[in-house]
Design a protein around this ligand. Structure first.
Ligand SMILES: [Zn+2]
Length: 92
């Protein structure tokens, strides 16, 4: 995904603008791997192979996302009433 696209993206839950942490950039400056986070609801959305995973909670596969986040150095906190753990906001 390009950074221009990033500016057009918003949280699918509350339409808030997303913050981006870029892990891996391509030669053209495109985002290959990264993490988008919503400051409003604290959800995180990974970018994997250049594809932003902006899908509702019920379709998300935590078992697929968790190893990636761990690899990128993120800590997750378990949400009390959500199956999807929310991002702690801190990097190691
Ligand atoms: Zn949100």
């Amino acid at each position: 995904m390009t950074k221009e696209l990033l500016e057009k993206l918003c949280c699918p839950i509350d339409k808030h603008d997303l913050n981006a942490n870029i892990i891996n950039e391509g030669e053209e400056g495109e985002i290959l791997e990264g993490l988008l986070s919503c400051p409003e609801c604290n959800r995180y959305f990974p970018v994997i192979y250049g594809i932003p995973i902006l899908i509702p909670d019920e379709y998300r596969d935590e078992s697929m996302e968790k190893p990636l986040l761990k690899k990128w150095g993120y800590e997750l906190t378990e949400g009390e009433d959500s199956e999807i753990p929310l991002l702690d906001g801190k990097t190691k």
